[in-house]
Design a protein around this ligand. Structure first.
Ligand code: B3K
Ligand code: ZN
Length: 890
């Protein structure tokens, strides 16, 4: 397979200014006529031939300026025009087969409707093109289809014409006034209905908003529409960015490789990321939908108006847009003023980063935010590009403040609107707008690996001085990461000093005239640097990396009592939570090592007491408490063990959960009763907070040796639930209690759940996932349940949501069962990766990644993991899967 290098970028030899596409939509064979105005790129070296790419296309005919030409040659992989003129019109007619397209890239059929996915390189499966983001054209699209099968015909931009055709067919013509790269092209055709709303944007213009779904889903579109309206207003208010089209459409489709896609004016969404009502969508789903609707909408400026020069720059749009959606969600969950509500969102985002990105950065797929090379670009839509990329953008805001960040954004749009640019262009705009040299900051884009900051402190009582020494390195980075590292980073390191009364001390650094503020962003630029605070009346407790001001690991030798103190007093809500997590991680890792060595468990009371105070502290919001009472996941723990041992991590976590459930039994019961949410369902963040804390209490109760309370409460909760958060919470508590005690209390509600939602695929996905992630029982390992469910009539490997619900949930979110000592999980993994490889390489490659950290596991497991990887490597066909397993084995 060929490796594409960032260093090899060359401007396109030709440009395409306009594209007119005509589709005759037929599921088995769709004919596409593509007329382009092509000209030589004055800014590029002289190539004589025009080389267009095309994949899986049937060539029908082609013409230059309306005449057939011997210079045109269609071939495997594309179409060449020999000695192309300087400027000409090229018309190519070809055909593709949407119904047979299981890759879900290009034009395909989902649930009887036509839809497209072009990012990153799907457009070449529709027609021949310069399918690269630095070629931007204006598109006109004519869709023709059977009127009964496809009453609705949609594409980007504005509808300019429509009408009937002979033989029961009709047509619609769309024009997108904005230049765009081919990856933002989209069409949808089929039986759809829309929720509509008209709004006025800041400049007073009226806009039509539509959420298109299948008729039976119309009652689940309200939340998406509300989220869209809020996104539009927020982007105007926070960034001065207005919706630039008269019409903005969202379409939901049930077969989709990822969450959603920001096609210009015609966003296409996975149904999972759009459809919601209280009976079918959890509180988490509601929050996700809001942030994804926001994310795709925000791409309209960060991604579409200003796009990427090449795919190595992906984080230019993704990191920035994730940052924007995080800020949006934080604002929605409680406003900018409500620190605690903002912190809840921040904590959740950091959890995801640590769970998905830190592991990636420590393994064979480690890559910089701006990668240097790839084999298959679809493998680089990663946690690093998205999540670490968002942290990198956040650091500009931490360095320059909101106003400075806004100035940088304004300059970025002023310079680059309508262009395809690079991460360097963004950094330069931030630097210039704020009068700063940000050359060192480039390392955040070029270096892989998670930086580690080691902190030591020294208090000089006589001199009232407190010295903080920060030392940065990359810990034990993987070879893949080490290869990219060249020097220290600029790390904005936010710090506070907490006094013995629990209050923040005013901060004054050596050399400053007076004290100012209680949180300071230190700029760490050297490998090691000292910062001295003066006028420090007593020995403080440092609150480090407040609000997680950089995507780094902080090491500091806190005592258990100090962590408990910070958990109780730190004014920075993120660090309050962090103190609890540090304490829990430390205890759990000790337990895990005990388990791995076959010793008996010995756990101090520190965690129990810390949890008791959080649980009973009514001054803390329920949502914060629910987060603080959550133990780090088994996967997170296993990754932090010297040698990953999922069974030990599982045993440790279970032991701690049981201990916490027994020791705090009365408190859990009281919390459960106190946070009941009787009466009508409310979708507010506050109500969700109550449901969340109630759910945590119920889960802990389900760990008790005597499950009677949990079974009684959960059964009642299941029976009276008026929302799926409560219903699923009850069901998983029952399943958990049953697994522990060998009871059968979960059978009835599990069957009831299926019967109740049989016709609602998204809820049935939850039913599959609940079973795939359940705790195992000696007499029935979960792999048997999963294999059984693969035979269920509702299972369908071709539907990515269903495959993810069952297979990915088991392989990725049930570590103790997946990593069974007998290797049964790995054999299953290899089978499923290969089965998916033949259907949908992108989805297969995602699954392939679940074994990438194999070298870190116990020898017995890693040998079996390696064998499974080798088997996949021998039999896989797609570039996607091969890249992953080959990097893992290298
Ligand atoms: N830009 C799309 C992702 C496309 C993935 C292609 N494999 C969704 C998003 O990030 O908004
Ligand atoms: Zn995105």
């Amino acid at each position: 397979p060929t490796t594409i290098l960032r260093a090899d970028y060359a401007a396109p030899a030709f440009l395409i200014d306009t594209v007119a596409l005509e589709f005759d939509l037929v599921p088995e064979r769709t004919v596409v006529r593509n007329t382009m105005r092509v000209r030589r790129n004055p800014a590029a070296g002289r190539a004589s031939n025009l080389e267009l790419v095309g994949e899986q296309l049937e060539f029908i005919s082609a013409a230059i300026d309306g005449h057939p030409s011997a210079a045109i040659r269609a071939h495997e992989g594309g179409l060449t025009v020999n000695d192309a003129p300087d400027a000409f019109e090229l018309t190519i007619t070809g055909a593709c087969s949407p119904a047979a397209n299981t890759t879900l890239m290009g034009l395909y059929v989902s649930g009887g409707n036509f839809c497209t996915q072009c990012e990153a390189q799907g457009f070449r499966r529709i027609t021949w093109f310069l399918d690269r983001p630095d070629v931007m054209a204006t598109f006109t699209v004519t869709l023709r289809a059977d009127k009964d099968a496809c009453p609705v015909l949609l594409s980007n931009g504005n509808l300019i014409e429509q009408g009937d055709l002979p033989d029961g067919r009709h047509y619609a013509k769309w024009e997108d006034p904005f230049k765009k790269p081919s990856y933002l092209f989209a069409l949808v055709a089929g039986k759809l209905v829309a929720l509509e709303e008209r709004i006025r944007t800041g400049s007073g213009k009226e806009k039509l908003l539509q959420v298109w779904v299948k008729p039976q889903d119309l009652d689940k579109t309200g939340h998406a529409m509300d989220s869209l309206v809020r996104s539009i207003h927020w982007d105007e208010e926070r960034f001065g960015l207005e919706l630039d089209l008269d019409r903005f459409m969202i379409v939901a489709v049930s077969d989709f490789n990822m969450g959603a896609m920001e096609n210009k004016g015609l966003n296409i969404f996975n149904t999972k990321c759009i459809l919601a009502n209280p009976e079918t969508a959890t509180d988490t789903d509601f929050a996700n939908i809001e942030s994804i609707v926001g994310h795709e909408y925000f791409h309209n400026w960060t991604g579409n108006r200003v796009t990427c020069r090449d795919w190595f720059q992906l984080s230019l749009k993704e990191g920035l847009t994730v940052f924007r959606d995080q800020e949006f969600s934080a604002a929605m969950s409680g406003g900018n003023e409500n620190e605690a509500a903002r912190a809840t969102k921040r904590i959740e985002d950091v959890c995801v980063l640590r769970q998905m990105q830190f592991g990636e950065d420590a393994g064979p797929m480690a890559h910089p935010v701006r990668p240097e090379s790839y084999v298959e670009i679809n493998n680089f839509y990663t946690a690093t590009v998205y999540r670490k990329g968002a942290e990198v953008v956040r650091m500009y805001q931490t360095l320059f403040g909101r106003e400075g960040f806004r100035k940088g954004m304004d300059l970025y749009f002023q310079r680059h609107d309508g262009q395809a640019v690079t991460c360097d262009d963004f950094r330069q705009a931030m630097a210039d707008a704020n009068g700063r040299d940000l050359s060192q900051f480039e390392r955040w884009y070029s270096q892989a690996g998670t930086p580690r900051v080691r902190v030591t402190t020294q208090y000089d009582e006589a001199g009232r001085r407190y010295r903080v020494t920060l030392a940065q390195d990359y810990g034990d980075a993987s070879p893949a990461a080490r290869a990219t590292q060249s020097g220290p980073l600029l790390i904005p390191f936010s710090i506070g000093l907490v006094g013995q009364d629990g209050a923040d001390m005013p901060l004054r650094l050596e050399g400053e005239r007076e004290a100012g503020g209680t949180t300071r962003v230190l700029e760490l630029t050297e490998a090691q640097q000292c910062f001295t605070f003066i006028d420090v009346p007593e020995k403080p407790l440092p609150s480090l990396l407040r609000d997680f001001s950089a995507p780094a690991i902080v090491e500091y030798d806190y005592g258990n009592d100090e962590l408990a103190f910070l958990l109780a007093h730190d004014s920075d809500p993120f660090n309050r939570w962090e103190a609890g997590q540090r304490l829990a991680t430390r205890e759990l890792l000790t337990l895990a090592e005990q388990a791995a060595d076959g010793r008996s468990f010995d756990m101090s009371d520190a965690l129990v007491e810390a949890f008791r105070s959080v649980l009973t502290d009514e001054s803390l919001s329920p949502s914060f408490r629910a987060l603080a009472l959550m133990l780090p996941t088994e996967t997170y723990l296993a990754e932090r063990m010297a040698v990953s041992d999922p069974a030990a991590a599982h045993a440790a976590r279970r032991f701690a959960r049981r201990r916490l459930s027994e020791a705090l039994r009365q408190e859990w019961l009281a919390a459960y009763e106190r946070h009941l949410t009787p009466g009508a369902y409310e979708a507010t963040p506050e109500a969700a907070g109550h449901r969340g804390l109630k759910g945590s209490a119920l889960m802990y109760l389900s760990e008790l040796d005597d499950p009677a309370d949990a079974v009684r409460l959960a059964t009642r909760q299941y029976d009276i639930a008026n929302n799926v958060t409560d219903r699923m919470g009850a069901l998983s508590a029952l399943m958990n209690a049953a697994a522990g005690k060998g009871g059968d209390f979960a059978k009835r509600p599990l069957d009831d759940f299926y019967a109740r939602f049989e016709h609602d695929p998204l809820v049935i996905d939850k039913w599959f996932a609940l079973q795939a992630t359940q705790r195992g029982r000696a007499e029935r390992p979960v792999i048997d349940v999963v294999r059984g469910l693969m035979q269920h009539p509702a299972f369908n490997l071709k539907n990515p949501n269903r495959a993810r619900a069952l297979i990915f949930s088991f392989c990725g979110a049930n570590p103790a069962q997946f990593h069974a000592a007998n290797g049964s999980g790995y054999a299953f993994w290899a089978e499923q990766v290969l089965a998916l490889d033949a259907i949908n390489p992108q989805v297969a490659a995602r699954l392939a990644r679940t074994l990438e950290l194999w070298r870190r596991f116990t020898p017995a497991l890693s040998a079996q993991m390696r064998a499974a990887l080798e088997q996949v490597n021998a039999d896989a066909k797609s570039r996607d899967v091969c890249e992953i397993v080959q990097k893992a084995l290298a």
